[in-house]
Each structure stands twice: as structure tokens, then as C-alpha cells.
Write a protein that binds this ligand. Structure first.
Ligand code: AVI
Length: 745
């Protein structure tokens, strides 16, 4: 494995380090145990080191960077070892040539074991002296380094044994799980601004940080790695003979090296594919992930399949929500195994997944000072990133932010393929057709629960029970927006009417009970008409009738429609002086920014030249106050959120148990929005009709965003949609704003 060096993170716990030191050193010994001294000396190619060298080099790391540097009175085991077992640290001095590590028949294996014992004894004594945090961090780095070499030991000995025409086995593996899933699909990601990189909790190599923002376009990621069966179709379709699938360098390499199948594959006289594994030559299992392909082959396969490789930020954005479980070295199989489940699977373990991203520094990356700074940064050239770990990676060594890297031609690693595709935008809040249509509801729910992270469009909150609960929310002490906006409209009605002028046509989007617009109607000078648009026909017709009764001279036009899509509006009988769109409630905050801007542009088209928009906007404020507004003490918002699950059960034949989900409201400072989620309290599978959705404990369904704005931010967005601000009214505490905007000439 390529190796990367630790960032200075939270100090590890000394007792934990001492325990891990014993375990990891013992594990290296166990991994080498099935090998003879001859096996352990051989170097089968320049890239692969002898097992004996791995055992010595990892020991040299502790001797050099810990004991020699910090342990008083430490006696170096053999001064010559610094030359033999330094890998690539220029600052530590000259070293033996890498391609000649296999020439080291001396020191014999017994001496290397004595070296390990000497260093282990000294390290244990040193750990008892209570080393400082930065030294403990270095020891942790040494342990992580040794785990990387455990993987390399297996990877390299596989290559060495494969050179033997009798195909000797390294071990007898434990049996595999007999269950198999053969259904491969896609998970959708909506794209947008994500954060990737290590979040500072626990150990990470320095190249995994700093954590930073990345913009993603909507994409799809395959639920499973590419299987051998799928790869055989590529081979049989002439994949290795068709230049157009290949990158130029890859095609040259493929020709020069005569590639016809993944590394370690051979087609026997009976026409069957066999693969050399650490348990000898075995039939290629069509259901197992394809392994030992170079980046060039992975990329060619993806092109042939009409897809591409995922970028590393895409991979991480999805992996970050997944539990770190899978087939790792601890399974003692040391070979990728078939998937046992549907849905997103095998993100971790089995095979390292090539990404389409070059291994480069993240913004703000700084290598550590001193020789350990050479661990990582100096390899950021000409290599590609792989993610997720493999069947020879130690289980507790991997995380979502982990970046492995190899040259694009490397094939001896346990490297495989997961496909990705660009996807049309699939929006969180406003996609799909209108919420009355059962097929559209089912399609939106299935798509949302198949996505990673899982999500549901918030427009489905508002069935009869949801609308009732929302009315209750508006009356809660904690939920200030409704009462504050109403107060602003009441206190400023005359001024607003003056700005709007006489003879206006009002168009209210999401009109609901039509309460707020009546404050305007009372103050306006001879309004021409009110066009009320709402998705819920029943409430719309009742409320329109009430308004007609109170304002007999006003033409009231009710339009039942999902206003998030373009809606053709009826013409009023009397020609208005201007059209004014009214969009109260800060519902604009429930749109994603791109959709919000598109929606405002649509309003601009509707109201036309000289038209205006009067809009309620919830302002940025103390996050604690915001969270309270969406997580009230009486649990009404929780009931509102969970009602979505009850609605799915009733209308789509679902079996959600709402009590196994927890309501979460949190403020996402970076995005400037309140997010509502439903978090699964346990591992569970939920059925909706014929579809099954697995939830890991702690996994969430993202149900709503409610963006909050600084006035200038809103002005900017409205400006991009073609509106200029006329004026704005707020409350005494600056909680909420009613803004008046006019179409810019
Ligand atoms: C409708 N919309 C403006 C409400 C909001 O504040 O985002 C919906 C809501 N969700 C939870 N509480 C209220």
C-alpha cells in the first residue's frame, strides 16, 4: 500500500496505544508465520518487497522515529539496519536500493525476529514512561504504518507465490458466506456543496485533510463493485482489443504488456477462467468483485459500460454515511467475496475502488516537519486515488476519508471498480410531479430512499393531518415566523399598500387559509383580483369562498396546482395596473438555492414588467433559537415530521414504525439552513410495497431544509432572478423580514 503520514490530531490514549502496539506487532508475526524463510526472502518484482523486509522495515520505523529520537539510553540493535531498512526517507540518509531488497539473504530471518523482539521490549518499556502526546501521535503513526505493511506483506507474497508454476497456497481460507445478491443498481446523490476530508476525530493520515468544501453535480454511484461476471462480458466483447475504450497511456500499456484479462487470471484449456489467490488457483467466481485491475482497465471498463469512475469526493460523500463494515483481513479469506445484500453494498473492504481523481493535496495541506513529512506529500504526482480498503486491509485501519494511491498501471494490489454516472438534477424539496398523484408519490419515495443520504421531498408533509399539524406549529411559542410575519404585515399594511399602489392583481403562492393576504386586501386601494394558488384543492376552494364573501367586489380566482412548477394563470376581467406576487411564510426557505432562484425567475416572468414580489423571509439568527423553533417542547414538529412515515404507510403500503425513528432538527451553519431528519434508532429494514430499504442504526432520512437569509444574501439571490429591492419591513428583534421587490428593467 502506498503510505501517508499522520496529521497532528487528538492525542491518542496511552493505555490504548500500548494495547494496540502489542496486538498489531503480534498480528504481523502471525501473518508471516505460514511462510518459510525462503518465501520471506524473495522479491518477485521491484514494486513488491520481501516479507522479511516488511517485518524489519516496520521495526526500523519505531527504532528510528521513536526509540533513537526519544528513549534515553536506547541501544540501536544494529547500526547497519538503518541502511538496509530505510524505505525512502532522504532526511534519514542513504539506503539500499528498493529493487534489490530480495538480495538480502543476510541478515537471516532469525536476526530479524531478534530485531523485532529487541525493539518491542524497548517500546513497551518506553510506553511505560508516559511519553508526551506528540510522541504518542508518532507511535500511532508507526502502528498505522505497520498495518499498511501488513496489507503489503499479503499483497506482495501473493505476487511472489504466483510466480511459482505450482501455484502454492499461502493459507486455507475460512469459508465464505453462502448468501448472494446479484441485483446491482444505483444510488443517487443530489449534488451540491459537500465537505470531505478527515473531520478531526481520531487518527488520520495528513493527506486526508484539511477538511474542505467541494461542489458536486448530481451523480449516481453503483450499489456494488463491478463483478467478475460483468468484467468477463467486457473481455468477451473485445474490451482488451478495442482502443476506443482506453486512455492513450493505458492502451499503449495494454499493447506492450499483452493484457487480456485482470492480473492473476488465466484461461485454462477447458475455456474456464481461473485466478491465483492466496489459497491457490481457483475458478473465477462470477459474483465476486473483479480484482487486480489497473486504473487503465477500470477506466476502460467504465467507458465500455457507458459510465465513469467516481471522483473521490463523490465516493466519500456517499461513504461517509455508511457503517464501516465489510470483508477485511480479519475474515481470513484474503480474497474478495460476493455481495450478500442489495442496496448500497461493499463500500468498505473486498476491493480498493479506483477513483477518477489524481492523488493531489487538499486545499491548505501542509506536510509535517522533519523526516516523517516525507511519508506522503512527495508522492503527490502521477498517481490515482483508491478508496474503501480491501479484503487484505486490517479492519480497524480504514475510514471514509482514507486515501490510498497507486500509479495507474498498478495491478498487483487488491484493486477493483465501482462505477459512477452523471445524473440529471434530482432535487430535495421540489422535484417530481404534484403530490396528489400516487404514482409520483411512490416514485419520489422510492427514489429518495434509494439515494444516499436518504431523503424525502418535504411537499409530502401536507396531507390533511400534516396540514393540521402545521397549523399547530404556527401557534407554538417556539415557532416565531408566522406570528412575527403577521405582526409585520399588520403594523405596516398602510405603507405596503402605498408602495403597491391602486388596482393591483395579487397572486398568492401556496395560499393556504388566505389569512395573511386579507391583511393586505384590507389596506389596498381597490385591488382588481386575487389569484390564489395551492396544491390542496379543498382548503383552496373553502378559503376562496370565504374571501369572496368578505370582498364582494374582488375577483377571486382559485388555481389548484403545484406552484413549484410553472403555472399558467387565468386573466382577470379588469386590467390591473400591476401584478404583485405574494409569497409569505418564508416558504422560499424550503427550496434549495438553485430552485429558489429558478422559482423567483418564474415569478418575474409571471408578473412581467413593472411587476412586484412581496415575500416573507426568515432571517439568520442565534442557532439555538432556530433549533427550538423546529424541535418544540410539545413534540408537534416531531409529529409533523413523523407523519410523513405514517402517510407512506397508509398511501403506499409501507411498514415504517415511526417510533423507531428519532426527530432531528439541526442548524447547518455552513449552508445557513435548519435541517430536519428522521434518524433510525436501530438497524432495520422497511418495506414499501415490493421495495425493501435497509436502515443502519443512526442513518437518517433528510426530510426538509429551511434556509435562513441575511437581507443582503436574499437581495443578491433576488437580483440574480431579475428583481431589485424596493424596501423591507422587519420586526423589532429582526427575526423576520417582509421584502418588496420589483422586476428590474
Ligand atoms: C412551510 N415552511 C416555511 C415551514 C418552515 O419553517 O420551513 C415548514 C416547517 N417545518 C417545520 N416547521 C415548520
Amino acid at each position: 500500500m502506498s503510505k501517508s503520514q499522520a496529521s497532528g490530531l487528538k492525542a491518542p490514549n496511552p493505555a490504548d496505544i500500548a494495547r494496540r502496539f502489542s496486538e498489531i506487532r503480534e498480528q504481523s508475526r502471525k501473518l508471516a508465520a505460514p511462510l518459510s524463510p525462503e518465501d520471506q526472502c524473495i522479491q518477485s518484482m521491484p514494486d513488491a518487497s520481501p516479507s522479511k523486509w516488511h517485518l524489519a522495515h516496520t521495526t526500523w520505523f519505531f527504532e528510528t522515529f521513536i526509540l533513537t529520537a526519544f528513549a534515553d539510553g536506547y541501544a540501536v540493535f544494529d547500526p547497519g539496519y538503518n541502511y538496509l531498512f530505510n524505505s525512502y526517507y532522504e532526511q534519514i540518509g542513504a539506503r539500499h536500493a528498493r529493487p534489490e531488497r530480495g538480495m538480502l539473504t543476510r541478515p537471516p530471518l532469525d536476526d530479524i525476529h531478534a530485531f523485532r523482539d529487541h525493539v518491542d521490549t524497548a517500546m513497551k518499556a518506553f510506553l511505560e514512561t508516559g511519553p508526551a502526546d506528540d510522541i504518542l501521535n508518532l507511535i500511532e503513526l508507526g502502528l498505522q504504518h505497520e498495518q499498511q505493511h501488513q496489507e503489503l506483506l499479503l499483497t506482495d507474497i501473493k505476487h511472489a507465490l504466483s510466480m511459482n508454476p505450482l501455484f502454492p497456497a499461502y493459507h486455507r481460507p475460512r469459508p465464505m458466506d453462502a448468501t448472494r445478491n446479484r441485483e446491482h443498481g444505483w444510488v443517487d446523490h443530489p449534488g451540491g456543496l459537500v465537505e470531505i476530508g478527515h473531520d478531526g476525530d481520531g487518527f488520520a493520515f495528513d493527506c486526508e485533510g484539511p477538511r474542505h468544501k467541494v461542489w458536486l453535480e448530481p451523480f449516481r454511484l453503483a450499489t456494488h463493485p463491478v463483478s467478475n461476471g460483468e468484467y468477463i462480458r467486457f473481455i468477451e466483447d473485445g474490451g482488451y482489443q478495442t482502443a476506443e475504450h482506453w486512455l492513450s497511456d493505458g492502451w499503449t500499456m495494454c499493447q506492450e504488456q499483452g493484457w487480456e484479462a485482470p492480473f492473476y487470471w488465466r484461461k485454462d484449456d477447458d475455456g474456464a477462467w481461473r485466478i491465483f489467490t492466496l489459497s491457490g488457483l481457483r475458478p473465477v467466481d462470477p459474483d465476486s468483485p473483479v480484482c487486480h485491475v489497473s486504473y487503465y482497465e477500470a477506466d476502460a471498463f467504465a467507458r465500455w459500460a457507458g459510465a465513469r469512475l467516481p471522483r473521490e469526493a463523490e465516493w466519500e460523500a456517499i461513504a461517509a454515511s455508511q457503517p464501516i463494515s465489510g470483508h477485511f483481513a480479519g475474515n481470513d479469506i484474503f480474497h474478495p467475496t460476493p455481495a450478500t445484500t442489495g442496496g448500497l453494498a461493499q463500500m468498505f473492504g473486498d476491493v480498493w475502488e479506483w477513483t477518477g481523481s489524481a492523488y493531489a493535496s487538499y486545499p491548505g495541506y501542509q506536510p509535517a516537519e522533519g523526516a516523517v513529512g516525507e511519508y506522503n506529500g512527495k508522492f503527490m504526482s502521477g498517481q490515482m486515488v483508491l478508496r474503501g480498503g480491501s479484503c487484505v486491509t486490517p479492519e480497524n485501519h480504514i475510514r471514509a476519508s482514507y486515501r490510498n494511491f497507486f500509479h495507474p498501471w498498478a495491478r498487483w494490489q487488491f484493486s477493483g471498480i465501482r462505477l459512477a454516472k452523471d445524473a440529471p438534477a434530482s432535487r430535495v424539496g421540489t422535484d417530481g410531479s404534484d403530490g396528489n398523484d400516487e404514482d409520483a408519490f411512490r416514485a419520489d419515495v422510492v427514489r429518495g430512499l434509494s439515494a444516499v443520504p436518504k431523503r424525502l421531498p418535504p411537499k409530502y408533509f401536507y396531507d390533511a393531518e400534516g396540514a393540521r399539524l402545521f397549523t399547530q406549529i404556527c401557534e407554538l411559542d417556539e415557532y416565531y415566523p408566522t406570528r412575527t410575519e403577521t405582526g409585520i404585515l399588520r403594523n405596516n399594511a398602510a405603507d405596503i399598500a402605498e408602495h403597491l399602489g391602486p388596482d393591483v392583481m395579487l397572486i398568492e403562492y401556496g395560499s393556504g387559509a388566505l389569512d395573511k393576504v386579507r391583511i393586505l386586501l384590507d389596506a389596498l386601494n381597490d385591488p382588481v383580483s386575487l389569484c390564489a394558488i395551492d396544491i390542496s384543492a379543498e382548503q383552496l376552494l373553502d378559503a376562496s369562498d370565504e374571501v369572496r364573501a368578505v370582498y364582494p367586489d374582488l375577483e377571486v380566482m382559485a388555481v389548484e396546482a403545484d406552484f413549484t412548477h410553472a403555472v399558467p394563470l387565468p386573466l382577470p376581467k379588469r386590467k390591473p395596473a400591476s401584478k404583485v406576487a405574494f409569497f409569505p411564510g418564508s416558504t422560499i426557505g424550503n427550496f434549495d438555492p438553485v430552485d429558489a432562484e429558478a422559482f423567483l425567475s418564474g415569478i418575474r416572468e409571471t408578473v412581467g414588467d413593472g411587476g412586484m414580489l412581496l415575500i416573507g423571509v426568515d432571517l439568520k439568527k442565534d442557532p439555538a433559537r432556530l433549533v427550538d423553533a423546529y424541535d418544540d417542547a410539545k413534540g408537534v414538529t416531531e409529529a409533523f415530521n413523523k407523519n410523513l412515515l405514517t402517510r407512506i404507510n397508509r398511501e403506499l403500503d409501507g411498514d415504517f414504525n415511526p417510533s423507531l425513528f428519532r426527530h432531528i432538527a439541526r442548524y447547518n451553519m455552513l449552508a445557513g439552513r435548519i435541517e430536519m431528519h428522521l434518524e433510525s434508532c436501530t438497524d432495520q429494514t422497511v418495506h414499501i410495497g415490493a421495495n425493501a430499504f435497509h436502515f443502519a442504526a443512526g442513518e437518517t432520512i433528510h426530510t426538509e431544509n429551511s434556509y435562513k437569509f441575511a437581507p443582503a444574501e436574499f437581495d443578491e439571490m433576488a437580483g440574480r432572478a431579475g428583481f431589485g429591492k424596493v424596501t423591507m419591513w422587519t420586526d423589532a428583534d429582526n427575526l423576520f423580514a417582509v421584502m418588496l421587490l420589483r422586476v428590474m428593467a
